[in-house]
Design a protein around this ligand. Structure first.
Ligand code: NZQ
Ligand code: ZN
Length: 389
């Protein structure tokens, strides 16, 4: 196991009616004027925004609002949010929505205190050390941004989608009420589930040896997702299934299952090109790309793939790790299909003629490659795109 430091300071308020405590939490963490940030309107339609505002009013905390965050959030609204916060003397940013809203809130919280342009942190992946405090009321289990130090934004001028990280971006608190996810369309539920699974797989495929504790934690979370996702798609108001998925989404990405091991993250970078250029739903892109990446990685460590096939899908190992591993990859394809995810890039509207352009835009490491479990060149990435077209 590798050396690590782990600090996950976010306070979670989990369960029915948890959002009623939002005002109390902001007060606890010193907020005196709040920006309430939200998306395209789902929180207005559900009545959640009014309830959250009521909770702030109860504590006597004044607020201003900025809605309109779109999926795959854009830099333009971030600049508007920064101006608004400075003008109004905002000292706390509250995100009410999914990962896009939370990521946009994190970018605003950074920009308000930054001397230069917030985008510089994202473009160069410079760690963020200073930001206004952030709280979240989560409505979509997917990105894990409610507990992660990450934020992913698309620059609307260049259409480059980049993420940065920094402990200053970990929310002070996150409200997780599974009932708030009842209104999710099946597509968003399944895309979110695919993203959660991808966050675990990015960590599961590692070259670090002797990491049984995190291996087993990853497997527990994957098994939970495989069982609970079909349940919630069949019955969107199943509280227990929604609750299990919601907490898995948080654990999948606060890094508790990733510490002490090298992690991969190539598939995420490869997907971000699709979201940036075609506005593909992040989780749906991952559901197509992950099995394709696995096919490429299989030969590197067939034993790991065979272990995955056996432990996750109960596929018996017939003594041939390659063959068993390949069956495991096929089982993932079938699972993603069964929850309504697309099977190829074509059906996501991706164009074959853009493959090289996308691969050449990737931010590579100094050695000219991407990923850690296997090292991909832009040429390898084009092959991956082609293999799932
Ligand atoms: O905008 P509204 O009207 O709220 O509708 C949203 C949006 O259209 C809707 N929605 C959310 N909660 C709902 C709901 N509809 C009905 N009922 C509810 N309860 O769902 C749509 C998608 O929302 P979005 O926030 O975009 O989805 P998600 O949470 O999947 O976030 C995706 C973004 O997160 C980034 C992705 O790249 C993408 O930009 N990621 C962020 C990470 C992080 N910060 O740690 C890590 C991830 O790997 C990921 O890259
Ligand atoms: Zn993701």
């Amino acid at each position: 196991m590798l050396n690590f430091e782990f600090c996950s300071p976010t306070r979670f308020l989990f369960g029915r009616n948890a959002e009623e405590k939002t005002g109390e939490m902001i007060k606890k963490y010193g907020g005196t004027k709040v920006l309430i940030h939200y998306g395209g309107g789902s929180v207005i339609r559900s009545g959640l925004l009014e309830r959250v505002k009521g909770s702030l009013e109860k504590e006597g905390i004044p607020s201003v609002e900025l809605g309109g965050v779109q999926p795959n959030p854009r830099s333009g609204l971030v600049y508007q949010g920064i101006d608004l916060c400075r003008r109004e003397g905002v000292d706390f940013v509250l995100a009410v929505g999914g990962g896009s809203v939370i990521d946009s809130a994190k970018a605003i919280a950074t920009g308000v205190l930054a001397e230069g342009d917030f985008w510089e942190y994202w473009e160069k992946k410079t760690p963020v050390r200073n930001a206004l405090p952030i709280g979240t009321v989560l409505t979509l289990p997917a990105a894990g941004s409610e507990a992660s130090p990450n934020s992913v934004i698309t620059n609307e001028k260049t259409l480059i989608k980049r993420g940065t990280a920094g402990d200053a971006l970990r929310p002070r608190f996150s409200v997780l009420n599974p009932e708030l996810t009842y209104t999710l369309p099946a597509w968003q539920t399944a895309s979110g589930a695919s993203d959660i699974i991808a966050h675990i797989l990015e960590r599961y495929f590692t070259n670090t040896q002797e990491v049984e504790v995190t291996d087993r934690l990853c497997e527990a979370l994957l098994l939970t997702m495989i069982k609970q996702t079909p349940r919630v798609i069949a019955d969107p108001k199943c509280y227990e299934a929604r609750a299990n998925i919601m907490w898995t989404g948080t654990l999948a990405h606060n890094n508790v299952v990733g510490v002490g091991r090298e992690q991969d993250w190539a598939t995420h970078a490869i997907e971000h090109e699709l979201s940036a250029l075609y506005d593909v739903t992040h989780g749906a892109g991952l559901a197509v790309l992950f099995p394709a990446w696995m096919e490429k990685a299989l030969i590197h460590d067939p034993k790991r793939f065979a272990t995955m096939a056996t432990r996750i899908f109960g596929i018996p190992n017939d003594g041939d790790d390659l063959r068993t591993g390949r069956k495991g990859i096929q089982a993932w394809r079938e699972f993603f299909k069964s929850i309504g995810m697309p099977e190829n890039l074509r059906s996501l509207g991706v164009r074959e003629e853009d493959f090289e352009y996308m691969a050449n835009r990737l931010l590579l490491k100094n050695d000219g490659t991407l990923g850690n479990f296997i090292k991909l060149t832009p040429k390898d990435v084009v092959e991956i795109y082609k293999s799932c077209y």
